[in-house]
Design a protein around this ligand. Structure first.
Ligand code: NAP
Length: 304
């Protein structure tokens, strides 16, 4: 039996893994994709302290993984399909058999929110994208729409200026949600045009995106924007499938914890974007991960 199983290898999970490995807990990390989490979809990170010139999302996560592994963290590529919580132990069902652990840290993150409009599913991967870093280079000298007004939408719109000839930033209000610095950059970027007070109604095209139908929420006016790509950045939903009927969740489905990262089930901790909290950043994920590992260590000590 493991002391600790960490589910998810993003910044929260890798930091928890680093602390747990240094605490000499018998720890296993399970990740269904490659270590790094959502940061791998970010081209450039410039608000993680210690990197005054910024760092690529890949570089930052590669360093976090190597640092945790250096202290002995065992990372396995396995998808968890079920979680059973029993008194003083948890059973983790994976595609490779069952595992047992005395404590668990859920660091399974969040997934980009879908618009849920006509044409979106059909054209995903054919012009509809949730990752500018992955798909931006396909839109050299083409016109694209970015949906959303938060940090992600602005950061990604700015990134897309390297490739696209024009970026329409479609936002449903008349004020952006993003950090002021990103707003200033977007406003001074000639290729970015903001379309205010508008929501997407339909993505048009069959073999590829040909345009997007918009509705102005103030005037009711409908229009079609001719674009070859639609990038959707309207927030995230928690990856809570494993714990939906197990743990207390907030009204948006994020896992509720106390300040020690303890969830409603004893021995189950949560860290990072899957957790209900004010600010979802790499910096806050890292803090959650350290706290969760420390709290798990104290919990395990009390079990003995
Ligand atoms: P977010 O802050 O939740 O913003 C989502 C944006 O999408 C908002 O502007 C929202 O409009 C809009 N939106 C939501 N649902 C919509 C819908 N159905 N149709 C049209 N528009 C819709 O999400 P995010 O930008 O992905 O950021 C998530 C978290 O990560 C935030 O805490 C953010 O600060 C953080 N983040 C930080 C950085 C950074 O520090 N460099 C980079 C990326 C993300 P309203 O404004 O009207 O609600």
């Amino acid at each position: 039996m493991e002391d600790l199983i960490i589910i998810g290898a993003g910044p929260a999970g890798l930091t928890a893994g680093l602390y747990a490995a240094r605490a000499r807990l018998k720890t296993l990390m399970l990740e269904k994709l490659s270590p790094g989490g959502q940061v791998l979809m970010t081209d450039w990170v410039e608000n993680y302290p210690g990197f005054p010139d910024g760092a690529s999302g890949f570089e930052l996560m590669d360093k976090m993984r190597r640092q945790a592994e250096k202290f002995g963290l065992d990372i396995k590529s396995q998808e968890v399909s079920r979680l059973d919580v029993l008194p003083e132990k948890q059973i983790i069902v994976t595609d490779n058999g069952n595992l047992e652990s005395r404590a668990i840290i859920l660091a399974c993150g969040a997934t980009p929110q879908r618009l849920g409009i006509e044409g979106e599913s059909l054209l995903t991967g054919k012009g509809v994208s949730y990752c500018a870093t992955c798909d931006g280079p396909f839109y050299r000298e083409q016109e694209v729409a970015v949906i959303g007004g938060g940090d992600t939408a602005l950061e990604e719109a700015l990134f897309l200026t390297k490739f696209a000839s024009k970026i329409y930033l479609v936002h449903r209000r008349d004020k952006l949600r993003a950090t002021k610095l990103l707003q200033e950059r977007a406003w001074s970027e000639e290729k970015i045009e903001i379309i205010w007070d508008s929501i997407p109604k339909r993505i048009v095209g069959e073999a590829g995106v040909e345009g997007i139908d918009l509705k102005n929420v103030k005037t009711g006016e409908e229009s079609r924007l001719s674009v070859q790509g639609v990038f959707v950045f309207i927030g995230y939903r928690p990856n809570n499938e494993l714990v939906k009927n197990l743990l207390e969740l907030d009204e948006r489905g994020f896992v509720v914890t106390n300040k020690y990262m303890e969830t409603s089930e004893v021995g189950v901790f949560a860290a990072g974007d899957v957790r209900s909290k004010l600010l979802r950043q790499i910096t806050t994920a890292v803090g959650d991960g350290a706290t969760a590992a420390f709290a798990a260590e104290k919990y395990l000590e009390n079990l003995k």
